[in-house]
Unconditional design. Structure first.
Length: 95
């Protein structure tokens, strides 16, 4: 079996979902760090600012990671398709 072509949009959608999930995990970690940092702030707005930054991280990072993963995967598929035309593709032994 030889992989001669990868559909760029198909790979982009799958990578976008996977990177979006990764962004959710990273967003959760950043959110916890922002809230903890906010409670350690010396002014009265520290906890509020930390909470807002945490919510923003949970919303924005999955969108950012998913979008970049989508675009990067489409570019990678185009590059692979070009290289596969030149080199003949990747041979895979499947049972």
């Amino acid at each position: 079996m030889v992989i001669k072509r990868i559909e760029p949009l198909s790979l982009g959608k799958v990578a976008g979902v996977l990177y979006g999930a990764l962004g959710l995990v990273v967003g959760a970690i950043v959110s916890v760090a922002a809230v903890v940092g906010g409670f350690n702030a010396e002014n009265a707005f520290g906890p509020l600012a930390g909470g807002l930054a945490g919510v923003a991280a949970l919303v924005l990072l999955p969108i950012f990671y998913g979008g970049l993963g989508f675009i990067a995967a489409i570019i990678a598929a185009w590059l692979y398709n070009f290289a596969a035309r030149v080199a003949g593709g990747i041979e895979i032994d499947v049972q």
